[in-house]
Design a protein around this ligand. Structure first.
Ligand code: IVH
Length: 708
């Protein structure tokens, strides 16, 4: 598919299609990179894919997929709770937006299973709850562990908190499997949400933005007695490990969950085809506001579990289920102002300041405007009445201006030509394709206070140094108080302020002998900072906030340089053109010219080199990466299927091979490991014979797959 069309010109359909393709493509590259240790594209290209994905999502937030690459970032577990590795991963769902997508889904499933016309395919249909998924593990009928989804593979142990949720039994009746993991959604009803916010308000505490945030905040309390005061509910709809499967259908399993004491969704139905599914979708969509809890679509699942089993998964979503989304919610309000924010790489981002409005139950007063071109294209003016839309947890968007409501005297928005933070001139990058970028950037570098402060926020962020007790707010406060200006300052806070702390760090009331010394929370912060002197080199490189260096590139660089000293030396030796170091870097699979340019520019700035030295002097000592392990018996093998397969569809055979870690290729070459040849195999088989490759018939292949 062509990716050259500017995001601003994509139609909805094109955007949805491209997001789907991008999710799959990026997942393939992630697998190649993480599991096979063999990236297939340059890092610049990889980052460009992610960037494109993000740009499209920013324009069409309701098209964001549950398996979107952007949803995976930052989903890793936070500190505070013990980590839990799910024995069966918690999956996400692919998205569908219209009837055609549903027809395609059913067709795909039927084809995969090679179902004939007369063979029935039953599907379940139920609301997709906008809450948080949780997994509950019962052993011998007793709830022994409850966990969040986390990134799907590793979540957090929140057993005590989940025990306080209504709809989750603490024991299962006799006859339940020895090991049973029941999964579902924790949510807060609209009514409970309003009452909770009322209580928060009257006790002077911050209100929650929406029921999902309220449920998340309540569930992730380190103190379960607080969770117990929050009205959380649960619907069971899936499962993980089961020592034996007590039913043969999805509907049978859900029926059992209800019999075991779980709350299950009363709108659950079994449907016999697209028409019935769509009718159910329309029915729920019409009653959406009356359900009493937030839903963002419907979920359809193949009912027969043996079919589910055969269908399996693609990347992180099952082939046997799909989410059919409801349209994004919209509202009209007035654009009061446009703020320009300066990011860590100097990008100027316009933010719409709106007259507060409720969109789909959530109060909204800010919306993103992306860039100058977007404002010009939609001719958005201060004072305009605008249509705002939000979907899920993403930043609200301005869809369009209500032309008829434009007051007289408005003027087109003049995007600033100078950086609003430091007054430096702005520029637009020249992109690799020769076009100038739409984003305006401040040229002030670290001399620009906004850039320096945003860089610090990035340095301590979750995927970077991840220092407990040091987030965006603290950086703003400490910056304002003059305590920090650069990353190295963080590591000298204890030495600089233990004897003479600023007032807001002083212990003021309580134990008399402590008055005037450091607050306990500050001592804790210093300890947390100390712990980060030992940090993995890839995280450290990512934390520096060098342009184009995302987590993946940082890992490649860490693998290449191995030590911080080598990274510093290599960076300093980079010349604008040519040179040994540049050549060595550009030859690395996954690293492109743009990236090397960015590195060179970073190291060309004296302050950056000095900052690295100061970090080392402050005792920061990044450690090399651990090598990743390999998995799967057929892992890394290349397989070609040719001829007719008799017991399974081609898609199913391919899926099975990929699940076992193999790569399925379309043509035979010396790099092929196994050729599976059915009746009618012609030239490919011949070539395989000539090359002396392993050739298996379908039966032998099935046996090999069974053993692997
Ligand atoms: S089924 C293997 N059913 O949607 C199938 N998910 O995109 C796994 N969700 O993480 C999910 N309501 O948090 C399923 N009725 C429902 C759901 C549902 C909400 C959420 C869940 C999951 C996400 C998947």
């Amino acid at each position: 598919m062509s990716r050259t069309k500017p995001v601003a010109e994509l139609t909805r359909e094109e955007a949805a299609e491209e997001l789907n393709a991008l999710a799959q493509e990026i997942a393939v590259h992630d697998a190649a990179y993480y599991q096979e240790d063999a990236p297939r594209i340059s890092d610049g290209d990889y980052d460009a894919l992610r960037q494109r994905n993000g740009d499209i999502e920013a324009r069409f937030p309701d098209l964001i997929r549950d398996d979107s690459p952007s949803e995976r970032v930052g989903a890793a577990p936070v500190q505070g709770f013990a980590k839990v590795t799910h024995s069966v991963p918690m999956l996400s769902l692919g998205n569908a937006f219209d009837a055609e997508d549903i027809d395609d889904f059913i067709l795909r499933v039927r084809k995969f299973l090679t179902l004939g016309e007369g063979q029935e395919l039953l599907l379940t249909s139920e609301p997709k709850i906008d809450g948080l998924s949780a997994s509950l593990r019962y052993e011998n009928g007793v709830l022994v562990r409850g966990a969040t989804r986390g990134d799907g593979r590793v979540g957090e142990n929140i057993t005590e908190n989940l025990k306080t949720v209504s709809g989750i039994p603490h024991t299962l009746p006799e006859g339940a499997p020895e090991v049973a993991e029941v999964r579902g959604e924790v949510y807060m009803s609209a009514e409970d949400f309003d009452a909770l916010n009322e209580r928060q308000k009257s006790s002077g505490k911050a209100e929650f933005a929406n029921p999902r945030n309220a449920a998340a905040g309540s569930l992730r309390q380190l103190d379960a007695t607080i969770t117990a005061t929050r009205p959380l509910r649960f619907f069971a709809y899936a499962w993980g490990e089961m020592s034996d499967l007590p039913a043969q259908t999805q509907s049978g399993m859900v029926g059992l969950f209800a019999a075991w004491g779980f709350a299950v969704n009363p709108e659950f139905r079994v449907c016999s085809g697209a028409q019935e599914l769509l009718a159910h979708w329309q029915d729920i969509e019409a009653r959406r506001a009356l359900l009493g809890y937030d839903v963002d679509g419907m979920v359809y699942k193949v009912d027969a579990l043996d079919y589910q089993n055969r269908l399996g998964f693609v990347s992180r979503a099952p082939r046997w289920a799909i989410a059919h989304k409801f349209p994004a919610e919209q509202a009209t309000t007035v654009l009061q102002d446009i703020d320009i924010q300066v990011g860590r790489t100097g990008a100027l981002t316009p933010v719409a300041k709106l007259q507060e409005v409720t969109v789909g139950g959530v109060r909204v007063s800010n919306a993103t405007l992306h860039n100058a071109d977007e404002i010009a294209r939609k001719d958005i003016r201060i004072g305009d009445t605008v249509v705002v839309q939000r979907a899920g947890d993403v930043i609200p968007q301005i869809v369009r201006v209500v032309d008829d409501a434009r007051p007289t005297g408005t003027v087109p928005f003049a995007f600033p030509e100078m950086c609003p933070a430091c007054g430096s001139p702005t520029t637009r990058d020249l992109r690799e394709d020769g076009e100038t970028d739409v984003v305006l950037r401040c040229t002030g570098g670290l001399a620009c206070e906004a850039q320096a402060r945003e860089r610090l926020k990035h340095f301590v962020s979750r995927q970077a140094l991840d220092i407990e007790g040091l987030g965006n707010k603290q950086i703003d406060d400490y910056w304002a108080a003059g305590l920090v200006r650069g990353p190295d300052d963080i590591f000298t806070l204890r030495a600089r302020y233990t004897d003479d702390p600023p007032d807001f760090w002083r212990y003021t009331s309580g134990a008399r002998d402590k008055i005037g010394t450091l607050k306990d929370s500050v001592v804790k912060l210093f300890d947390a900072i100390d712990q980060r002197r030992d940090i993995a080199l890839d995280r450290f490189i990512f934390a520096l906030g060098i342009r184009h260096v995302g987590e993946t590139t940082a890992r490649i660089l860490a693998r290449h340089f191995k030590t911080l000293a080598a990274f510093q030396e290599g960076g300093a030796a980079l010349a604008p053109e040519g040179g040994e170091t540049r050549e060595a870097l550009e030859n690395i699979d996954g690293i492109g010219r743009t990236l090397v340019d960015a590195l060179q520019q970073f190291f060309a700035v004296d302050e950056n080199r000095a900052m690295l030295e100061a970090l080392v002097a402050a005792g920061v000592a990044p450690s090399p990466l651990a090598e990743s392990e390999n998995s799967g018996a057929l892992s890394g093998k290349t397989i070609v299927f040719t001829g007719t397969l008799e017991t399974v569809s081609r898609a199913e055979a391919k899926a099975r091979a990929e699940m076992l870690g193999a790569r399925v290729a379309g043509s035979v070459s010396a790099k092929t490991d196994i050729v599976v040849a059915g009746p009618g195999a012609g030239s490919k088989r011949k070539k395989a014979e000539e090359l002396g490759l392993t050739i298996l018939d379908e039966q032998a292949w099935l046996e090999l797959a069974e053993k692997s």
